[in-house]
Design a protein around this ligand. Structure first.
Ligand SMILES: [Cu+2]
Length: 423
């Protein structure tokens, strides 16, 4: 409200000044003065303002830098962040120096060479040497910026090294879930059709497929029961539509199982379908110090963006594909608290940086960076609670839900050779 009032006052002020100028103009006309007749006094006044303005201008610039200094992000806490900051600082210095020199010269010339009756302007239309100089100098500076920038970009976006820690951040409206590989060090395959209450990330295992198919079968049975009763037409159409949908999903999950079995047959232990059972699905986000982490990023619903400002890394989370970013933390949460921020409550934070809906502002998760020793202890503890308890037998051809039982329902689709399962 106050801001609106200030805005109104400013607008009215500008209107008032414009009206005053108009009054001045009209009175000059009445006095028989021509518009282009400018007195020496006016000229001197304008020249003086040309000296005064840059003082206020640079003063305001300095004030901004000082006033907003503590609103800037603190020390970058990753090797990638240090590189990004160095690049940004380099660019800022070039900008600031150019800004000060060009603006100082602009106002200096305007103030110094105020109109004088005794001086004739020097006719100086062209100079090839100067043209060459001010073409080559900016081109050279831009070339340096671009080469330096591309080099940094290459360093921070190139693939992570093969021995980097693999982990996943999963985005949905409106929270994050982390996934760590189990003792095998590999993340298992995923498929969104398997998502349910027990399997929020849709990890693919033989067991998860069996459970999900049973769940769908149950849902189909309930729908069939409702359809056998008396129903309003609209409701009946809705239910039939839903039955079609369940039939399609079930058929695709059955197809996914065939793909999985084939992959296991061909690749053996290297198959990603064998690495999901021991994955750790958690709401804790931990990274070890000085170890490169390759963070895979997925989204369940719409585009989100994984952003860790203190580590200066960010990557979009795009539904239907897996994106990734690498990061090597260089400062632990503890050091950050005691040495950098002087704040015992400080936490690194993972934010969503795409406006993704009503609770976007709250889509965040703290990140803890610890020593390798503490991280190992934490992950060893987390590994005790894998996605699937090890005593569950992992049998690819689980007999619980056969294809024929899946497709007996009204409106279900026959299992054709469907394209391989999406992620
Ligand atoms: Cu989001």
């Amino acid at each position: 409200m106050t801001k609106l009032l200030i805005l109104i006052v400013v607008v009215l002020g500008i209107l008032a000044v414009a009206q005053l100028a108009r009054v001045y103009e009209l009175t000059s006309k009445l006095r028989g003065k021509r518009e282009e007749d400018i007195s020496d006094a006016d000229n001197r006044m304008n020249a003086m303002l040309m000296w005064l303005f840059p003082v206020a201008y640079f003063g305001f610039f300095l004030w901004l830098v000082i006033a907003y200094k503590d609103k800037m992000l603190p020390l970058a806490a990753s090797t990638q962040g240090v590189e990004t900051d160095a690049l940004l600082d380099f660019n800022w210095w070039i900008l600031i120096i150019t800004f000060i020199i060009t603006n100082a010269l602009l106002f200096f010339f305007a103030g110094r060479y105020v109109y004088s009756r005794d001086r004739r302007a020097h006719w100086y239309p062209h100079n090839n040497k100067w043209e060459l100089a001010w073409t080559i100098a900016p081109a050279a500076v831009l070339a340096v910026i671009i080469i330096y920038g591309l080099n940094t970009w290459q360093n921070i976006t190139s693939p992570a090294s093969p021995d980097a820690l693999q982990m996943e951040l999963y985005a949905k409206q409106f929270d994050w879930t982390a996934r760590y590989p189990g003792t095998d060090g590999m993340l298992g395959a995923t498929d969104y059709r398997l998502i349910n209450g027990e399997n929020p990330l849709g990890i693919v295992t033989a067991n998860a497929i069996t459970k999900r198919l049973a769940e769908i079968e149950q849902e189909q049975a309930e729908a069939r029961m409702q359809l056998s009763g008396v129903l309003p037409d609209a409701k009946r159409a809705d239910l039939e539509h839903h039955m079609d949908y369940l039939g399609r999903i079930a058929a695709r999950i059955v197809n996914l199982r065939m793909v999985m079995e084939e992959d296991i047959r061909v690749n053996g232990q290297a198959s990603t379908y064998l690495h999901g059972a021991d994955d750790v699905v958690t709401k804790d986000f931990m990274l070890p110090l000085r170890k490169e982490a390759n963070i895979l990023i997925r989204s369940r619903d719409i585009i989100h963006s994984a952003y860790i400002p203190h580590l200066r890394v960010q990557m979009n989370a795009v539904p239907g594909m897996t994106t990734s970013m690498k990061v090597t933390p260089t400062i632990t949460t503890d050091s950050m608290r005691t040495h950098v921020m002087n704040d015992e409550k400080f936490d690194f934070i993972l934010l969503c940086n795409k406006i993704c809906g009503a609770s976007h502002y709250n889509m965040q998760m703290p990140l803890i960076v610890t020593t390798a020793l503490e991280y190992d202890a934490w992950i060893a503890e987390a590994n005790k609670k894998p996605f699937e308890a090890p005593e569950v037998p992992v049998e690819p051809a689980a007999p619980a839900a056969t294809d024929s039982s899946m497709n007996s329902g009204a409106g279900s689709q026959p299992v054709a050779s469907l394209p391989s399962a999406g992620q």
